[in-house]
Ligand binder design. Structure first.
Ligand code: GLN
Length: 281
């Protein structure tokens, strides 16, 4: 049995409402994906029949959506910084608030050739690749503890035609500290292991190790802030994404490591999301 496009959307939207705040959008994205058409096609041809095979696939994807599986994993891609990235369940889904990290890094990046950047915990590679696409002249090393993530990041880099040095590393462990960087950046895991949000919605389907570093949520941030000075040139910048309530702790930890000019930027929701520290000595 087959269905019209408009009734397939209504069906999917009602099913997805159990798991998603944007059920209609989710249903439309999944249906467009299954019939291999842009979303606009759905509005132009609401009475078209969905081919039987696509209708079957759509029902399966809607079923997965309500498990829940994030839309980005079902579509296998996510847009970030106006670029498309292959996205699978081995890595965190790139998030709009993280675009702030890329924007800030591009703003602060010295305007000369040969700037050295290090991104730690790259996941899909979205941050590093967005930087390199926009500043092809920078030297960029990006790390992840997971070889699977590095394989995914390499595919994304090749899709965008950029060259980045990918290193398997547990934060700084495999980084040679005779090579110093102008900027170090990271979107580390920062959700406390006890935070109930980890048990809700799409976060349940994302890799826990990319979301939560441990008990209080500050463990990875602390480790990065303590280690970074040994790998930074002076002047050099450390730029870190963090939780909306971690700004004070991050600033305190940065001051302790002699970072100065510490500033915090707010995300699209007006929440403190990014802290920047400058090392001058
Ligand atoms: N910003 C993400 C969220 O709250 C968490 C990402 C992270 O831990 N780095 O869903």
């Amino acid at each position: 049995m087959s269905e019209q496009i408009d009734s397939a959307i209504a069906w999917g939207s009602s099913r997805c409402s159990e798991a998603s705040d944007t059920p209609k959008l989710d249903a439309e994205l999944l249906l467009a994906h299954c019939i291999d058409k842009p979303r606009s096609y759905l509005y132009s041809w609401p009475e078209q029949l969905v081919p039987a095979e696509a209708w079957q696939r759509y029902q399966i994807l809607v079923g997965k959506r309500i498990e829940p599986t994030p839309i980005a994993y079902l579509l296998g891609q996510r847009e970030f910084f106006s670029l498309n990235f292959k996205t699978t369940s081995i890595a965190l889904v790139p998030r709009p608030e993280t675009e702030l990290l890329v924007e800030t890094c591009l703003e602060l990046c010295p305007n000369r050739a040969g700037v050295d950047l290090l991104e730690l915990g790259t996941g899909t590679g979205a941050i590093a690749i967005s930087l390199k696409v926009n500043r092809p002249d920078i030297n960029l090393i990006a790390t992840d503890i997971s070889t699977d993530c590095l394989d995914l990041a390499r595919i994304n880099a090749s899709d965008h035609g950029v060259a980045i040095e990918w290193i398997e590393s547990d934060w700084f462990s495999a980084i040679d500290n005779t090579s110093l960087f102008d900027m170090i950046l990271s979107n580390p895991p920062y959700i406390a292991a006890t935070d109930p949000c980890l048990m809700r919605g799409d976060l349940r389907a994302e890799p826990l190790s990319a979301l939560s570093p441990g008990e209080n949520g500050l463990e990875a941030l602390q480790q990065l802030i303590v280690s970074a000075p040994a790998y930074l040139k002076t002047p050099g910048y450390l730029i870190l994404e963090h939780g909306f309530d971690q700004q004070t702790d991050v600033a305190r930890m940065m001051r302790k490591q002699r970072f100065t000019e510490i500033t915090c930027q707010t995300d699209l929701n007006g929440l403190p999301r990014l802290s920047i520290g400058r090392l001058t000595e």
